[in-house]
Ligand binder design. Structure first.
Ligand code: HEC
Ligand code: HEC
Ligand code: HEC
Ligand code: HEC
Ligand code: HEC
Ligand code: HEC
Length: 452
């Protein structure tokens, strides 16, 4: 006879898988906490949740636009990414709201990923409550609401169906258990015996379907968990406010100042530091006001002049007497890129040894979007950003993907020296793509290379 106990266990495994699948889909939903961060960094200059500032109040904007205008989150994605393009496309509501706000231009956010926008929208739908309420029931209710933003109907449907399937499985298991008890009991009545028999026949016939279902669930669960892990600590688009409004677009773009003039340590070491105020003073001792042609929408000359004055305040420079007063106040830049402590990342490996390899490979992959400076392969077009923002997700998957696909130059000075003996051996060992050697061949996928 079939061992029912064994199948009982399988059922439990299936339920476990189901639960983890739904949990991980849950995890992929808009994350209001991250949304809050992004909102504060990108939107608070012009928007508040509860009151109109430069633009309209955004609390509950998803529902409001749905009920009042019949617009979905797709529209919001388009608007937030590039409201100008949307207006130009003739979209009715986009032009209406623009007129209504006296043609005040909203900034475009081409660098916000769809997930970022989902997170921001989740935040406007369910902003975390500032002060915990005295009523514990109310607090738990909002907590769960935060974890499951209501705007994502698709995943809600998936979650509900998964829970329904889980319920069904539990029911079947209970029934099975009853049958097991029956089957084991000494005094099987004729009726029960035929029941058990016919059930085993059915099982024999159809158990492949069950196994198939189990396999599908296992795949879904693995996929979900993988996605969930991959999203931990992703801050693509993170763009905090800085103590001085330093524009890379004005420095590296308009004035073509070389990245490494300011971030000189990238070449030599592990970190690529933020320049000290002395570096700023090399130029700003003489550049005390802004006379550039380029002015960012919403800013003006007076604003830039004020920001340059902050350099003098920080370094204690008396512009009139042309001397330092000795009174300095440190400028505390907010760090944007920050790998966890257990990751080892070395700029010089990439900026010196890998420079040509990375530029060549990037340009091959992006023929319409070529780069001239190695930094841009990882940091994006910083020279077009007024405010630096993370251009990639800087996850392990991102590092690995590049190591798998970037062909290195074994003949550059650095590698020739470093890999003298390895060189020929590798060429024989990695004949794929006709002897091409990618970073993984020199250990770029070894855990210990990137982790302490
Ligand atoms: C420079 C100011 C500015 C910034 C920054 C800004 N917005 Fe706006 N936003 C506006 C203005 C002004 C409007 C009103 C429409 C118009 O004039 O174009 C608007 C309209 C909107 C609307 C339409 C609301 C409605 O009721 O129709 C949404 C949604 C929106 N903004 C989201 C965002 C998000 C999300 C961010 C941050 C990622 C953001 N905005 C950043 C100025 C801004
Ligand atoms: C004139 C000096 C100067 C130049 C030139 C310059 N930077 Fe910067 N960079 C700064 C300062 C100051 C900051 C800190 C403030 C900020 O984040 O905007 C910074 C921040 C950054 C950051 C973010 C650091 C963090 O906190 O994680 C990156 C990445 C960066 N720069 C890359 C570049 C690249 C790439 C170029 C060339 C295209 C470049 N920089 C050119 C001064 C400069
Ligand atoms: C290699 C020269 C150079 C260095 C170094 C330099 N700047 Fe500038 N900075 C300029 C130039 C050029 C302008 C534009 C002036 C103009 O067009 O009239 C400018 C403009 C500015 C402005 C007004 C525009 C804006 O970006 O908001 C600020 C603020 C500023 N710099 C801050 C800094 C800070 C802070 C540092 C040090 C981290 C720094 N600069 C280092 C050359 C430099
Ligand atoms: C292969 C990808 C890659 C390239 C190429 C690259 N960076 Fe970075 N950069 C990173 C990573 C990853 C971090 C985060 C490092 C950390 O947190 O330890 C970072 C961080 C930074 C920071 C913040 C300070 C720090 O070191 O953590 C600055 C500034 C910076 N990069 C500038 C540059 C400049 C300038 C160049 C070109 C000369 C450049 N980067 C080239 C990946 C890259
Ligand atoms: C844009 C492509 C690119 C990205 C993204 C990238 N790398 Fe690399 N990496 C390279 C190249 C190319 C080399 C080989 C340089 C050489 O020696 O020729 C390299 C080499 C390395 C090495 C040395 C490997 C060895 O065996 O000597 C380490 C460690 C490393 N990278 C860590 C990282 C980490 C950590 C990240 C993510 C934070 C990362 N890299 C992201 C292109 C990349
Ligand atoms: C090319 C560089 C690189 C290699 C090789 C690499 N890692 Fe990572 N790993 C990273 C980076 C970068 C992070 C941090 C990602 C983040 O903060 O989102 C990370 C994060 C992790 C985490 C934490 C989980 C998380 O997402 O935060 C674990 C666990 C881990 N790595 C294990 C491994 C193991 C095991 C290997 C070997 C099979 C390995 N790593 C190889 C770069 C690498």
């Amino acid at each position: 006879m079939i061992s029912w106990r064994k199948h009982y266990k399988k059922g439990l495994i299936a339920i476990g898988l189901l639960l983890s699948t739904s949990a991980s889909i849950y995890g992929q939903d808009g994350d209001p906490k991250n949304g809050e961060k992004l909102f504060k960094a990108n939107c608070t200059a012009c928007h508040a949740l509860d009151k109109q500032v430069v633009g309209p109040a955004l609390k509950g904007v998803v529902d409001r636009l749905k009920t009042e205008q019949g617009l979905d989150t797709d529209w919001l994605h388009k608007w937030i990414k590039d409201n100008k393009a949307l207006r130009a496309s003739g979209d009715k509501y986009a032009n209406e709201v623009f007129e209504k706000f006296n043609k005040t231009e909203m900034q475009v956010f081409p660098n916000l990923a769809d997930k970022d926008i989902d997170d921001i929208l989740a935040y406007t739908t369910n902003p975390p409550v500032e002060e915990p309420k005295a009523d514990p029931a109310a607090t738990t209710a909002t907590d769960t609401a935060n974890a499951a933003p209501a705007n994502n109907t698709t995943s809600s449907i998936v979650i509900i169906s998964l829970i329904a399937i889980a319920g069904l499985l539990v029911w079947i298991l209970v029934k099975l258990r009853q049958l097991v008890k029956l089957g084991q009991s000494e005094e099987l009545t004729g009726l029960n015996e035929t029941r058990v028999k016919s059930f085993s026949e059915i099982y024999e016939k159809y158990h492949y379907i069950g196994k198939g279902l189990l396999a599908v669930l296992a795949i879904l669960a693995t996929y979900g968990i993988w996605n969930w892990i991959m999203w931990i600590g992703v801050y693509k688009g993170y763009k905090p406010e800085q103590p001085i409004y330093f524009s890379h677009k004005i420095h590296a773009g308009e004035n073509k100042i070389d990245c490494q003039l300011c971030h000189s340590s990238a070449k030599y070491g592990k970190v690529s530091e933020i320049p000290s105020m002395n570096v700023c003073m090399n130029c700003h001792r003489t550049i005390s006001e802004y006379n550039g042609k380029y002015i960012e929408p919403g800013k003006d000359k007076a604003f830039y002049d004020g920001e340059i004055q902050k350099i003098y305040a920080a370094t204690g420079w008396d512009a009139e007497k042309q001397q330092y007063t000795g009174k300095t106040t440190p400028v505390e830049w907010t760090r944007i890129h920050n790998m966890p402590d257990f990751v080892y990342f070395n700029h010089s490996q990439h900026v010196v040894a890998g420079e040509q390899a990375i530029i060549n490979s990037f340009n091959k992959k992006n023929p319409d979007n070529k780069i001239d400076v190695v930094c841009k392969a990882c940091h994006g077009k910083i020279d077009t950003m007024n405010v630096v923002q993370m251009a990639n997700d800087f996850t392990m998957g991102w590092c690995i993907e590049c190591h798998r696909t970037t062909e290195i130059d074994m003949n550059n000075g650095y590698n020739k020296e470093y890999f003298k003996n390895l060189h020929e051996k590798l060429k024989k060992q990695y004949p794929k793509d006709g002897g091409k050697i990618t970073v993984d061949a020199i250990g770029g996928l070894e855990c210990g290379k990137c982790h302490y």
